[in-house]
Every structure is written in structure tokens, then in C-alpha cells.
Design a protein around this ligand. Structure first.
Ligand code: UDP
Length: 331
């Protein structure tokens, strides 16, 4: 039987496909390549290019492939963009999920692991954030998806695990796959691009926050640790685990200035930086309590040191200064 990875050419998706292949699992990938990269997908995976909102396309895959579980990454996730283009986010994220769930129901596939986000908590009342804390989202489409899956479970028995990510960073330690967004907006890859000389400086988005050094604090987990959790979550559902939501983070927060300092150490580069205005939608602090994922899914992250995480990112960026561009050409 195969696991369908929707959005398997993206950053976290491609690392999850890689982990699944390394564990000897059979994998089918669907991606519309709007933000993902064909070259990021392991050769051993069966690949289909297309959009999950196209139900005929999706049904064709379920007819052909022996799929028994789904891992779904194909959703937009930039808070700033979601506030500027809410309709695009609702159409892609909610439209995509409804289409996927309908086809799963048609083919009696009853397990899905879905990437949700820390942004479903909005501006938190306290930290670390617990799963039971109120959700007043900034970007609402992913919370809506959690509700949609809940009702699909009630009505059709499609069991789910929603993994609420905090910040994801790093790359596969051998540097063969990594993070490559266009345009790049995330802190650590932006800092890496400055270290490579591809950008003149880092713009720090605000230093008037109520935090220890007045810059934003985030909880950075390593991408291969997150990838592992998706496999643990599928196995949890296969063993009959009930539908549930889990935070994925390290319970340790780092400020923008601390990340900059760690990156300067890891790369040995100066990395110029300047303070600019706040970015819309940024809470001051987002740190996850992830005891629940550790207890129930038996999640044991391998990376707990931000320097190590940044070193894996630096390794990827040094080996692929133009991201996947060169690899795509070689294919
Ligand atoms: N950030 C920054 N400059 C940048 C990119 C990000 O100061 O060029 C800050 C941002 O305000 C946030 C943190 O870095 O506090 C992490 O942002 P990122 O976009 O990586 O992830 P997010 O927390 O938005 O998911």
C-alpha cells in the first residue's frame, strides 16, 4: 500500500517523502509545482503534477494507486500574504481540502495527516501554548480546515491528525534537499542569503516588541524532525489512534537577534542587519508546548540546538546557492 503525499515537492513535504522512502515505504506524490520543486522529490516516489482542486485528476490517481493514507501539505502558509490575499488562501486551502476529503470519501480512504499552524492560535494569551488554548487565528483558513476535517470525521469516519507547526528550519544534514521559496520571506533562509552575499542585509521586522531583546521570539524545529512526526502520525492512525491535534515545537524560543547571532557564529560571516518596521500579523512570541506529541506520538526530535539547525541550513545553501534551479536544469 502507498502513502499519498499532497504537496510533496515543497519544503516540509519533500523532507517527509525522503524520510518515508528511507523507511522503505511506498510513496505517491501530488504537487502542482506552484511553490514546490520537482527536483526536491525523491526519484523512488511516483510523481503526479496537478492541482487537488481538480477532482477528476485526483480521482484518477486514487483509481490507479493503492493509497491507504494521505499526508497533506498543499496549503499556503504565509501569514502576511494571507492577510493581503484572503480569497486566494480560502480558495486554495479550503477548496483543496474539501476536494481531497470528497475523493477520500469516494474511495473509502479514512486516514489523513494535515499540516496546520501556530497561526491558528493568533496572538497567544500565554506561552508556552497548550493545545487547549483558545484559537483566535490571524490567518483563518487553516483553522477552518481543522474544523472541516473534524466534521468529515464525525460524518464519514475520516480520522485525522492535525500537526500545528511553529517555525521550521534547516535541511537534510547531507545537504541534498533543503528550503527554496520564491520569493524567500522566512527568517533563516533570508539570513543565509545575506551570508552568501545574495542580499545586502537582513531587515529585522521591529524591535519594539515586549520580549527580552525587543525582537520577535519564535520556536524553531528542524525539518527532518517534523518530517518524522508525519510518519509517526500516520502509524498512530493505522494503529487506531483517534483524531487529534498536536503542536510541534521545541518549547524553546529564540529572538530574531538571537537567530542572527547564531547564524553569524555558524557561518563565520558578518551578516549585516538593520531594524525596520513591524510586519503585519506578527505576534511577539510564539513558543509551543509539545509534550502531547512527545507522549502520544512518541515524537523524539533529534535536533535541540539552534546552532546545529542553522548549520544544516547553511550546508544546503552553500551547496545550492541558487536553490533547486541547477538541479531542475540537470533533470
Ligand atoms: N523576520 C525578520 N526579517 C525577515 C524575515 C522574518 O525580522 O526578513 C522575523 C519575523 O518578523 C518573525 C521571525 O523573523 O518574527 C520569523 O519569521 P518567518 O517569516 O521566518 O516565520 P513566521 O514566524 O512568520 O512563520
Amino acid at each position: 500500500m502507498s502513502i499519498l503525499v499532497v504537496g510533496g515537492a515543497g519544503y516540509i513535504g519533500s523532507h517527509t517523502v525522503d524520510c518515508l522512502i528511507e523507511k522503505g515505504r511506498s510513496v505517491v506524490v501530488v504537487d502542482n509545482l506552484s511553490t514546490g520543486h520537482r527536483a526536491a522529490v525523491a526519484d523512488q516516489a511516483v510523481f503526479y503534477e496537478g492541482d487537488i482542486r481538480d477532482k477528476d485528476f485526483l480521482a484518477g490517481i486514487f483509481e490507479k494507486e493503492p493509497i491507504d493514507s494521505v499526508i497533506h501539505f498543499a496549503a499556503n502558509s504565509l501569514v502576511g500574504e494571507s492577510m493581503e490575499k484572503p480569497l486566494k488562501y480560502f480558495d486554495n486551502n479550503i477548496g483543496g481540502m474539501i476536494s481531497l476529503l470528497e475523493i477520500m470519501q469516494d474511495f473509502s480512504i479514512k486516514r489523513i495527516v494535515f499540516s496546520s499552524t501556530a497561526a491558528t492560535y493568533g496572538i497567544p494569551e500565554h506561552t508556552p501554548i497548550l493545545e487547549s488554548d483558545p484559537q483566535v487565528p490571524i490567518g483563518e483558513s487553516k483553522l477552518a480546515i481543522e474544523r472541516i476535517i473534524h466534521w468529515a470525521d464525525e460524518a464519514y469516519g475520516i480520522r485525522f491528525v492535525a500537526l500545528r507547526y511553529f517555525n521550521v528550519a534547516g535541511a537534510k544534514p547531507d545537504g541534498s534537499i533543503g528550503e527554496d521559496h520564491h520569493p524567500e520571506t522566512h527568517l533563516i533562509p533570508v539570513v543565509m542569503q545575506v551570508a552568501l552575499g545574495k542580499r545586502p542585509k537582513l531587515m529585522i521586522f521591529g524591535d519594539d516588541y515586549d520580549t527580552s531583546d525587543s525582537t520577535n521570539i519564535r520556536d524553531y524545529a528542524h525539518v527532518t524532525d517534523l518530517a518524522d512526526t508525519h510518519i509517526l502520525a500516520v502509524d498512530y492512525l493505522v494503529k487506531g489512534g483517534k483524531s487529534d491535534c498536536f503542536n510541534l515545537g521545541s518549547a524553546t524560543g529564540y529572538s530574531v537577534k538571537q537567530i542572527l547571532g547564531a547564524a553569524r557564529e555558524a557561518t563565520g560571516k558578518e551578516i549585516p542587519a538593520e531594524v525596520g518596521p513591524r510586519r503585519t500579523g506578527d505576534p511577539a512570541t510564539l513558543v509551543a508546548a509539545s509534550v502531547k506529541a512527545r507522549e502520544i506520538l512518541h515524537w523524539e526530535p533529534n535536533f535541540d540546538d539552534i546552532h546545529e539547525i542553522i548549520r544544516t541550513a547553511w550546508n544546503w545553501h552553500q551547496k545550492h546557492p541558487r536553490g533547486y534551479q541547477d538541479k531542475e536544469k540537470a533533470k
